[in-house]
Design a protein around this ligand. Structure first.
Ligand code: FES
Ligand code: FE
Length: 444
């Protein structure tokens, strides 16, 4: 596919993400992290056309269960209807627009808008309006159901929506990332479940800096040295594991990327560490052999012994580390994002392993944990320093370009993200094309 000769607001995205494969150099112009026009285009060209994570099907296990949240700037109701189908409904009344559900979660057969009382069932159909005789015969309730995003689909329990009706299938969109969602879903034959409670916080930086950070192993030993020291002091590091992060980075297609590596901390799956106690060593080894029997030796080894940080373009992060953490971010300004994080766990997990998992969720990635605030400070530091972008224009992401197999501590994974950002930002969206009169592109 070639980009149309269409440069919105004078922005040529090829000049903002520049790579020279022969020289092994890759750089990103810092305007892409602060510019209001670029931010406005990102909403159309990225968030309105990609598949966006909306939730996990375990969050609405029973008919009538619902959760409300914001997805790509839209308030939505994630619910399971009375027939057992998971739906994503746009949380805006067809009367005059109020949110028809204002609870964070619950179980309901119907949602009644508190403004004037229009009522919808959990399939979204409009089932009641006060004083229906006040409407003319042309008033058609069947045409006034709650709207849904044009596309909703799920993969291994991960539910996504797209606001582009022509978007490619979710499976094709996920490309190589699907295998990593498989590994995470395969942690438990009985299935994985999102645990009650979540973290919601804000970071005063551009959203793309967090996507970079989520797969940036280069920063771990410096930014998080205090956290690593804490793990060592509290006997949570495996003395047989290497101290650093030893592994690889992969470009998974469509802007998705992963780092997969050994890490020295405890995982409450099947990798024993001193914190679990000598008496459980044989149990962990038995679990590992069970995984290898079920999934094959190579996948079983990867699942139990390696850690993964996965990004699914544009804004989903899944860490399969000392627990499984799902995070999504959404920008409300070029220099501000909202972040949500959930803890994913095997159904029926041992009570003490669940406790370890939850403690890791809070102590590492919690908004007041030992590591996440360090990341937030680094990102906000970058954002504050963008005041110099007139003089210091470029960020460098060349690390590992000369290697045939870049390491997890290189920057191949960041380049994969930024290449897709450049590609999508260079493609005008359908409504922009309609205004410009240029021919439409194939769907993303
Ligand atoms: Fe919902 Fe009026 S806005 S009933
Ligand atoms: Fe970090």
């Amino acid at each position: 596919m070639t980009a149309a000769p269409y440069v919105a607001k004078g922005i040529n995205f090829d000049s903002l993400v520049v790579e020279d494969a022969a020289q092994g150099l890759f750089r990103v112009h810092r305007r892409s992290l602060a510019d209001a026009d670029i931010f406005a285009l990102e909403k159309r060209r990225i968030f309105d056309r990609c598949w966006i994570y909306a939730g996990h099907d375990s969050e609405v296990p029973a008919p009538g269960d619902f959760r409300t949240r914001s997805v790509a700037g839209r308030p939505v109701i994630l619910c399971r209807d009375d027939g057992g189908l998971v739906r994503v409904l746009l949380n805006s009344c067809r009367h005059r627009g109020a949110q028809v559900c204002t609870e964070a979660k619950g179980n309901a057969r119907a949602f009644q808008c508190y403004y004037h009382g229009w009522t919808y069932n959990n399939r979204g159909a409009l089932i009641g309006v006060p004083d229906p005789s006040s409407y003319s015969p042309a008033f058609d309730r069947a045409k006034l159901a709650l709207r849904s995003p044009p596309r909703t689909d799920s993969y291994r329990g991960f539910i996504f929506v797209s606001f582009d009706p022509k978007v490619t299938s979710l499976r094709d969109y996920l490309a190589g990332a699907a295998e990593y969602l498989d590994i995470i879903a395969d942690h438990c034959e009985a299935g994985m479940e999102v645990l009650p409670g979540s973290h919601s916080y804000c970071i005063r930086s551009n959203w793309k800096l967090l996507m970079e950070n989520a797969v940036d192993d280069f920063h771990v030993m410096t930014t998080h040295h205090r956290f690593l020291q804490y793990l060592q002091d509290s006997n949570q590091l495996d003395p047989e594991s290497p101290r650093g992060l030893v592994g690889v980075a992969r470009d998974l297609g469509n802007g998705h990327a992963v780092v997969e590596r050994k890490a020295p901390w405890a995982r409450p799956i099947a990798k024993w560490s001193p914190i679990f106690g000598d008496e459980r060593r044989a149990e962990f080894e038995h679990r590992q052999s069970e995984f290898e029997q079920r999934l094959g030796k190579e996948r079983g080894y990867r699942l139990t012994q390696l850690n993964r940080n996965l990004i699914i373009f544009p804004n989903l992060m899944v860490n399969d580390i000392m627990g499984v953490i799902i995070r999504s971010c959404y920008p409300t300004r070029p220099d501000f994002m909202e972040v949500d994080a959930w803890c994913l766990a095997p159904r029926g997990e041992r009570r003490d392993d669940r406790k370890t998992r939850l403690e890791n969720f809070i102590s590492f990635l919690g908004p007041a944990g030992f590591a996440n605030p360090d990341d937030a400070e680094a990102l906000e530091s970058v954002q504050r320093a963008l005041g110099t972008s007139g003089e210091v224009e470029w960020s460098d992401m060349s690390r590992g370009m000369a290697k045939s197999e870049p390491a997890a501590t290189d920057e191949l994974q960041l380049r994969a993200f930024w290449r897709q950002w450049r590609r999508l930002m260079s493609l005008p969206s359908g409504d922009e094309l309609a205004l410009s009169g240029l021919p439409a592109h194939a769907a993303v």
